[in-house]
Design a protein. Structure first.
Length: 134
């Protein structure tokens, strides 16, 4: 059996996940990462993406939007601003957020905060990628 480590994910709303896992895949500020037990300790920023939790009963996916990741050899902790299981994602809301962000980016209005619009678009696309039909 694969070696296991504890994964804990906390959001402002809830204790999102707490369990034993064999591997975690996610996007960080430094790129895509696959974290196995016995990793060297580090703290990195989370980038929006699909989180893949590899456990004894398969792989669970969730939308992980932003936050921080603390890696210890036996434990990974994610402090997330938002994290959602696919069944809890409101596809309509995410699609509206996508349309809003795309419109802001297309307008080329000098007042527009481009970084903010791009970040909103990225969050929407991550959510939409986990909704049925995408
Ligand atoms: P919106 O513009 O629709 O508010 P957002 O990307 O700005 O989207 P966030 O700031 O990432 O939203 O999240 C704010 C809160 O709303 C979080 O608790 C997040 O889980 C929740 N949330 C945002 N969008 C969705 C969605 N499409 N489905 C379910 N929950 C969502």
């Amino acid at each position: 059996m694969a070696e296991m480590m504890r994964l804990q994910i906390v959001t402002p709303d809830e204790a999102f996940f707490d369990g034993e896992v064999s591997m975690v895949e996610l996007n960080t500020a430094d790129g895509e990462a696959g974290i196995y037990p016995k990793h060297i300790p580090m703290v990195v920023a989370v980038a929006p993406g699909v989180l893949k939790i590899h456990g004894a009963d398969g792989v669970k996916k969730a939308a992980l939007l932003s936050g921080f990741l603390q890696i210890l050899p036996e434990k990974v902790t994610i402090l997330a601003e938002a994290c959602e299981w696919p069944e809890n994602i409101d596809g309509k809301r995410a699609n509206e957020a996508r349309i809003r962000a795309e419109r802001r980016l297309a307008e080329k209005n000098p007042q527009t905060d481009i970084d903010r619009a791009e970040a909103a678009l990225k969050r929407a696309l991550v959510r939409l990628s986990l909704v049925d039909g995408n």
